[in-house]
Design a protein around this ligand. Structure first.
Ligand code: P6P
Length: 337
């Protein structure tokens, strides 16, 4: 008895076969990501039981302590993508350099960037964490891909999505034909369609920002946040901040809201803020625009930024369109002094 809701694979085949070459390579790619999500989710759900909590005793390219689950998630993503036969090169938050797909693995036509386990600082407190992925078609050529296939503006993505490992495991993606959400049925081991064509409400009922950094923000950001909290504002906003980008973004996609991680002067090593462009901001910006929202670095759409380095950071304002447009206005006014 087929399930009433289509599985992720069935949905992709129904939607994608009309929209791209019928090679099925894209379906293999998405199945590979979904398999990695199931494997990572299984370990995340056991994190408290198995000795994989705590630090792996080394620092990643970002200079951050690597949690053992980060390492596991990275390895699972690399192996699963290599085995799809659909990928030419990968970029991972956990790897300084591009990871070309080389024989005996079969090289495919996609370049994939990912944050294997975002929000990992929340692993040992049971808060939701996630995987974020961004898919480009490789530049012309065959054989293993390289950095040029990865350093692409977000506008060129052919797909993007994320997985939330929370009270349930959710898989949300878009190929430019709307944003669709799936929920893992652990008994079946399948992601089943749970939210078709998700839309971001225009007005934001909530804002999500780490106000502990307020003293380090640029003046336009401080003025924007003060306007969000102004007495008499209609509708009054509430504040929600989980400190896990995927969880904060997903809540806003479902309820409406705006999330911000601005540039700040707190860490001289991170003048452009904490979040990364290629495998955090750009994929989520793709989803936000697909859902009728917006994403900006305060001055221009995230999707229009031409990346220069694999791990470059960017300020991020993302979610309900009205508020993203408002923060850009504050930046323009600020520039006029
Ligand atoms: P802060 C998690 O470590 C992360 O990279 C994102 O998931 C999250 O949005 C952000 O950092 C939280 O940073 O400085 O507010 O703790």
């Amino acid at each position: 008895m087929p399930t009433r809701s289509p599985t992720l694979t069935q949905f992709i085949r129904e939607r994608e076969s009309s929209a791209r070459e019928a090679s099925g390579e894209f379906t293999f790619l998405m199945n590979g990501i979904a398999l990695a999500a199931k494997l990572i989710g299984r370990e995340v759900s056991k994190a408290g039981l198995v000795d994989i909590l705590g630090l792996a005793g080394r620092r990643n390219v970002q200079g951050e302590e690597v949690q053992k689950l980060d390492e596991f998630a990275h390895t699972i993503m690399v192996r699963s993508l290599q085995r799809t036969g659909a990928v030419a090169v990968m970029g991972s938050e956990e790897a300084e350099d591009p990871i070309p797909v080389e024989p005996p693995s079969v090289c495919g036509k996609y370049a994939v960037l990912f944050d294997p386990l975002d929000g990992s600082s929340n692993i040992d407190v049971g808060a939701p964490i996630g995987t974020i992925f961004s898919v480009h078609r490789r530049l012309a050529g065959t054989g293993p891909g390289g950095m040029a296939d990865l350093l692409r503006p977000g506008r060129e993505q052919v797909a993007a999505g994320y997985v939330v490992y929370g009270s349930s495991t959710l898989f949300v993606y878009s190929t430019g034909q709307g944003v669709h959400g799936f929920t893992l049925d652990p008994g079946l081991g399948e992601f089943l369609l749970s939210s078709e064509d998700m839309r971001l409400p225009l007005r934001a009922p909530l804002y999500s920002i780490n106000e502990a950094n307020a003293a380090h923000w640029e003046p336009p950001v401080r003025r924007w946040v003060e306007a969000l909290k102004a007495p008499g504002r209609k509708p009054a906003l509430t504040a929600r901040y989980i400190g896990s980008l995927v969880a904060d973004f997903h809540r806003n996609l479902v309820r409406g809201g705006v999330f911000a991680y601005p540039a700040d002067t707190k860490d001289p090593g991170k003048p452009r803020g904490k979040l990364r462009l290629l495998y955090e901001a750009a994929p989520l910006a793709f989803l936000a625009e697909q859902a009728g929202g917006a994403a900006s670095d305060g001055e221009r759409p995230i999707l229009d930024i031409q990346p220069e380095t694999l791990h470059q950071r960017t300020p991020l304002f993302i979610g309900s369109k009205d508020e993203v447009e408002a923060v850009e206005r504050f930046h323009r006014e600020g520039a006029q002094g």
